[in-house]
Design a binder for this molecule. Structure first.
Ligand SMILES: [Zn+2]
Ligand SMILES: [Zn+2]
Length: 120
């Protein structure tokens, strides 16, 4: 199982469906994956608890991988600090770097004189 894209993610899956939440690394804004029903591998009724548990585990993993992939479309990776942030926390105008999060974007920070920046 891959690790979640954002530092904070929760599993809201219930008995009959799978759903995951991912949170912006900067402001904590939540993005929820689309709820996926547990299909029991396409079998209609499975009485065997062990098989059901295995199928559920498998679908749970697949659902998570899909949600995790989809999260890439909803969050932006800051190339400087490596955080995954929501659109609100992302400054796409920082084209020199291909976009930066608002923690790293100089234009979003309180005035820093250019001398101190060039020393970096
Ligand atoms: Zn955010
Ligand atoms: Zn950053």
């Amino acid at each position: 199982m891959s690790s979640p894209l954002t530092r904070q993610a929760t599993d809201n899956s219930g008995e009959s469906s799978f759903e995951f939440s991912f949170f912006c690394d900067r402001c904590g804004k939540e993005w929820k994956s689309r709820e996926k029903p547990f299909t029991q591998g396409g079998f209609t009724v499975i009485k065997d608890g062990e098989i059901q548990r295995m199928l559920r585990e498998q679908e749970h993993r697949t659902a998570f991988e899909q949600a995790n992939l989809e999260a890439h479309l909803h969050f932006n990776r800051c190339p400087l600090c490596g955080k995954w942030v929501c659109d609100d926390c992302f400054c796409a105008a920082e084209i020199r770097h291909g976009g930066l999060c608002r923690n790293c974007s100089p234009s979003a920070m309180p005035a820093i004189d250019s001398n101190s920046l060039s020393e970096l």
